[in-house]
Design a protein around this ligand. Structure first.
Ligand code: KG4
Ligand code: ZN
Length: 395
């Protein structure tokens, strides 16, 4: 068995993150892999960007450059503690124990990516460690497999046979993708957003309602509060001249492809808000969040289920920041349970469609998912570069 240790760096947007993992590889050609996470440090810039209700790219890059070394240092010290190494300097630890440096190279904010990439290149050059460049989306996709990869048996070849073909919905602030994987490390985009990403829609609706950044969590919280306690009758009794029960469009719900579009939804919310005065918006904002969330989730779930059916996948995965949305997780889970049940009844065979969702701490940006993707690349013996071949790119 081969054991390799990876130091991974993620700075594509507004989280400065570093993780150290150990990967065990065995079998020919290294088809089985098992991961142990030694450390994971995430510094979130949320409080900085709350002031501007969104990420200002230059501010994000500047903050990455301040935090990157302390974050890497902490991840290395934590890993050293877990490994119970004899006392040694961080430099010695890198030389002796780190085999590869993984780093997010694309897509993302160019200035932010540059901080992580240049730091990784410097470490690679100084310590003679090869780089594994990682696509950020591949990181989100790998996060769905984290429980399998870190399980006592790891992601063996046999386990991979049961898992694939797999369809993963990746929903984040920058992306909304449906990705078909016929085998480990295979990524075929079968659908994507034509304009705003799902997370972006959440964030923009939140901003229109003057809720704090980042918007997804706030919209989800308000929607839950609506379900729990709002009384629409309160408003009705105040005699507002307003259509009370409105809903928002489900863009591209019935299109024949697996693409998405969320900019129309954002515009619909904007026009609805224009019809209302501030007091009315205040009273109705939980209902607006509830309806907007319902519209976004319905489109995501219906399209995912159609694609799962078409490609007869064995597993449906859910990843990205928006995957931490409880309503989305639950709705998708319910739909998958239904097809499982139908198959069981009609075909009278073992249900085949499983649901895998990233653990909550790996939904929003982190470096563990980047390390996991690099571990998959190692098992496939691909994507290993020297520092001078690695470049950051916003696409
Ligand atoms: O994956 P991520 O950390 O960054 C990108 O790669 O973009 O995702 C961040 C996005 C933001 O748009 C944020 O509002 C959204 O994920 N988000 C949520 C929730 N938590 C985070 N959206 C809906 N519901 C949530 N609970
Ligand atoms: Zn992300």
């Amino acid at each position: 068995m081969l054991t390799k240790t990876i130091l991974a760096i993620e700075t594509s947007c507004d989280e400065t993150a570093c993780s150290v993992i150990q990967v065990n590889l065995w079998g020919e050609p290294r088809a089985n892999l098992k991961v142990r996470v030694l450390s994971s440090v995430v510094y979130s810039q949320i409080l900085t960007h709350r002031k501007t209700q969104g990420v200002v790219p230059e501010v994000a890059a500047r903050e990455h450059s301040v935090k990157i070394i302390p974050v890497i240092k902490k991840a290395l010290l934590d890993a050293q503690t877990v490994l119970k190494c004899p006392k040694m300097s961080i430099k010695e630890f890198i030389s002796k124990h780190i085999d590869y440096i993984a780093v997010t190279t694309n897509p993302g904010l160019f200035g932010s990516l540059l901080v992580g990439v240049e730091t990784a290149k410097t470490l690679s050059y100084l310590y003679y460690k090869p780089i594994i460049p990682v696509n950020h989306i591949h990181g989100h996709l790998a996060s769905v497999l984290s429980e399998k990869l870190t399980s006592p048996t790891g992601l063996s070849r046999k386990a991979q046979k049961e898992l694939f073909p797999m369809l993963t919905l990746t929903v984040s602030g920058g992306h909304t993708n449906l990705v078909l994987s016929k085998k480990l490390g295979d990524y075929q985009i079968i659908g994507e957003t034509l304009d705003d990403a799902a997370g972006e829609a959440f964030d923009k609706i939140s901003k229109m309602l003057d809720l704090p950044y980042p918007g997804g969590v706030e919209v989800a919280r308000m929607a839950t509060e609506y379900i729990d306690k709002i009384k629409i009758s309160e408003l009705r009794s105040q005699n507002h001249n307003l259509e009370l029960r409105f809903s928002f469009p489900r863009p591209m719900l019935n299109s024949k492809d697996f693409n998405f579009s969320f900019s129309g939804l954002k515009t619909a919310v904007y026009y609805q808000l224009r019809k209302m005065d501030n007091r009315c918006i205040k009273i109705m904002q939980r209902y607006i969040c509830y309806e907007a969330q319902k519209a976004i989730v319905e489109v995501l779930v219906v399209k995912t289920m159609k694609a799962a059916e078409k490609y007869q996948v064995k597993t449906v995965g859910l990843a990205g920041g928006v995957a931490s949305n409880v309503f989305l997780r639950k709705t998708l889970q319910d739909q998958i349970s239904k097809i499982k049940y139908q198959k069981l009844r009609t075909v009278n065979c073992e249900p085949r469609t499983d649901f895998l969702v990233s653990p909550k701490n790996l939904c929003t940006d982190n470096a563990t998912m980047i390390a996991l993707s690099a571990g998959i690349d190692l098992s496939l013996r691909r994507n290993i570069s020297s520092w001078d071949k690695v470049v950051a790119s916003s696409n």
